[in-house]
Design a protein around this ligand. Structure first.
Ligand code: SAH
Length: 341
């Protein structure tokens, strides 16, 4: 079984290169994998041919393959990527003026059964490895000629899956993505989003190297939330907000709360007031997302006036923005990742 190199850290690559090689060899391999656009191990020109060939005989690089690419009228590109075991997962590129955002997945499918999200319909197939998480960034940036060290690349882990239910692999991938000798992104440019796995929020807070954190709030009361997000029955809203209050933010950092607006369900003025109250005293901002509808989703999108009124109320307490949907026409927007053809 040839083990992929992608996802390995420097220490692991040192083992691969072997004890008879000088230390800089593993560094060269690490840089070739994460800093260049190498797709073929035998072409890593910094390493002597005999050694490259030996490594390539025993290992693959492990980049995913592009199974399908859907392009939206707004420039968004939804990739269906094929993994080593033949399973597929989605990654979305959203180019926009000064910046490019890649939305990556953390699991194949998702075990969190949110009633408004189409990914929930897939169920959980499996966790992604650290290499498969990093591989999405490498592949999509390369496929679009985006320089990863250009300062214009943002990564959001808001695709398929619940990142905090795959925390070890997510943390390992984050370390590689943020390592100056690795992919070299800034910690301000990676955000992961959670449905609210409270104990894992605490764990993430203890990591010295970590992304920014977004929390999918999506409701203004415990009762409403447990109807929309059954996971709340295990991880209560009150404890979630407690964990958010205790979360060790870095000086430059604030939490993001996402709130999907469902017509007549959680979008009233009273909801907005409650959200404002829940988030008072938290260093945070709110991103509102008007529902992206789908055939199997039993909710409707509120009209623009309702969204604006909701925003106006929340904004009196906390910065509050409305997230523009991207790639709606190709099933690439929030809550739409279900491998639609
Ligand atoms: N499991 C993580 C990561 C997915 S992020 C999480 O729950 O945060 C996906 C974001 O899209 C979440 O904030 C979710 O609330 C939002 N979302 C899900 N379905 C949606 C839909 N149909 N329309 C708009 N936003 C949706």
């Amino acid at each position: 079984m040839s083990e992929p190199l992608l996802g390995m850290d420097l220490a692991e690559l040192r083992e691969i290169v072997g004890p008879n090689q000088p230390a800089y060899r593993s560094k060269q391999l690490y840089e070739a994998i994460y800093r260049t656009d190498t797709s073929d191990l035998v072409r890593i020109s910094t390493i002597p041919v005999s050694i490259r060939n030996e490594i390539a005989r025993r290992h693959t690089l492990g980049l995913p393959e592009i199974a399908r690419l859907h392009e939206s009228a707004d420039g968004t590109r939804r990739y269906l990527l094929r993994l080593d075991d033949g399973r597929t997962v989605e990654t979305v590129l959203m180019p926009e003026g000064e910046r490019d955002t890649i939305c990556i997945s953390s699991q194949v499918g998702c075990p969190v059964d949110c009633k408004f999200c189409m990914t929930a319909l897939l169920g959980l197939e499996r966790n992604l490895t650290a290499g498969e998480i990093v591989g999405q960034v490498l592949l999509v940036s390369r496929d679009n000629g985006i320089r990863r060290d250009s300062g214009r690349l943002n990564i959001v882990m808001m695709g398929q899956g619940e990142p905090l239910l795959n925390l070890p692999n997510v943390v390992k991938a984050t370390r590689i993505l943020l390592d100056a000798d690795g992919v070299g992104l800034s910690p301000r440019r990676i955000t992961i989003s959670t449905a609210g796995i409270t104990p894992k929020i605490e764990e993430l807070g203890k990591e010295p190297v970590r992304p920014k954190l977004a929390i999918s709030l999506n409701a203004s009361t415990e009762e409403q939330r447990s109807g929309l997000m059954p996971i709340t029955r295990k991880y209560h809203l009150k404890d979630l907000l407690e964990a958010c209050r205790a979360y060790p933010l870095r000086p430059w950092e604030r939490l993001t709360f996402e709130y999907v607006l469902l017509k007549g369900v959680n979008d009233s003025d009273a909801d907005a007031l409650r959200v404002r109250k829940l988030l008072a005293n938290l260093k945070c901002k709110v991103n509102l997302i008007a529902l992206n509808p789908g055939p199997e989703i039993p909710f409707e999108k509120p009209d623009a006036e309702r969204v604006a009124a909701f925003q106006g109320i929340v904004r009196k307490g906390t910065p509050c923005f409305v997230r523009k949907p991207r790639g709606l026409d190709i099933y690439a927007a929030c809550g739409q990742l279900k491998r639609a053809e």
